[in-house]
Design a protein around this ligand. Sequence first.
Ligand code: CDP
Length: 306
Amino acid sequence: MRNLRLPGHDEVLSYFDALIDGSKTPEDVSTWAKAYFPNDEIDIPDNAWHIWEALDYLYGCDLQASKNVALHSRENFIDARAEFLEKSNLTNNMTQPLLIAFDGPAASGKGTLASVIAADYGLPFLDTGLLYRAVGHVARERGLDLEDTQALGEAAQFIHPTLLEDDALRGREAGEWASRVAAIPEVRAALKQFQIDFAHQTSGAVLDGRDIGTVIAPDATVKLFVTADPETRAKRRFLQLIKANSALTFEDVLSDIRIRDERDSSRSSAPLEMARDAVLLDTTNLDIEAAIEAARSIVKARRGGV
Ligand code: CDP
């Protein structure tokens, strides 16, 4: 898929929009296109613009051979356009795969928001924290020394997506170990390419973590930095963890969160920081529904309203 802006790109797009909102008729569009493309860049036999051919031109694709649909009504345009976009993996008027980066501190709600947005757009989702949690888990199980950065880097090379299903990775200790191994450059280097490839698959993707918008996908279409004050985050995390560990106190969790914030923000390798072009979403005073709506609006606004 190419990110081309062929001659007439904006005009074609504005005629498509006008067709959809009903302010132009198929005849208006055909008359305009015939005059605009006198050299037959877009074939307009019998005064009927062939929709797929026009969309191919607009999006720099080559799909029209198998199916072409003459434009004869607003409804048939909408149906043909939807089918074209599905086939070409484009969404609405975007010419690039949709890549969304969620970053933020522990228990800010970024994982929940990222998975909802991924489902909204039908995109694959990667919780990158699980990769670091998996490395921490392996390190703990094998008794690896946290000073032995080479052994930890090697262990990270063998992390496989199937290992991420393990429930043990979601616990408190796994989070603590994850943040320790995540500060090690050899570990980050070993996990980097997998994340870059996941982010840049042709379908588009949603990732959440600490360095998605800054290191893994600086080219992301939309970047959100999700945060909340430490007490609010600790309260949310406490309610999650207490189910598995009734001896846990709120103070334990708050202290974990403060230590993790400090470690994640102060490490030299890919520290937690907001990308310059990220949108800040503070969820301190938002319940989950309100936070989801806020995230949806940010994504929509960044995509030009679609
Ligand atoms: O769910 P929570 O926010 O507690 O943590 P997580 O996203 O599962 O990440 C666990 C730890 O992995 C974090 O504290 C970070 O130290 C590290 N991490 C990272 O360094 N870079 C990422 N892209 C994701 C996680």
